[in-house]
Structures are given as C-alpha cells and as structure tokens.
Design a binder for this molecule. Structure first.
Ligand code: SF4
Length: 57
C-alpha cells in the first residue's frame, strides 16, 4: 500500500516537505509518490491544501 496524488494537485510542494522518507517528488504533470518508499503514514494527505492525496485502492 502507498498513498497516491491525484489530479487535484497544483504542485505546491507542501507534501514533499513533510514526507519523512522523501518519497514525494515533482513529476511531469503533478507531484508523485514513490510507492516503494512510502510508509503509508498519511502525513502528506493531512498536509495537502487541496485534498489531492489519498490511499491507493
Ligand atoms: Fe511520505 Fe507518509 Fe505520504 Fe507515504 S504517506 S508519501 S511516507 S508522507
């Protein structure tokens, strides 16, 4: 399991600053989460001002 960033992302970078393992980086269209590094902690989801981050299904 890992969190995912959806189309609501405006590339503000807030989530990348709070991820404890540095799993979030700028992608082509919006920020992306490296599923292999993600700890499923949910910190990024709590931080996103647009609610764009949710658990993978
Ligand atoms: Fe990083 Fe936690 Fe978000 Fe995973 S859930 S990308 S470990 S902040």
């Amino acid at each position: 399991m890992a969190y995912q960033i959806g189309s609501g992302c405006v590339s503000c970078g807030a989530c990348a600053d709070v991820c404890p393992v540095g799993a979030i980086s700028q992608g082509d269209d919006h920020y992306v989460i490296d599923a292999n590094s993600c700890l499923d902690c949910g910190t990024c989801s709590d931080t996103c001002p647009n609610g764009a981050i949710s658990p993978a299904e």
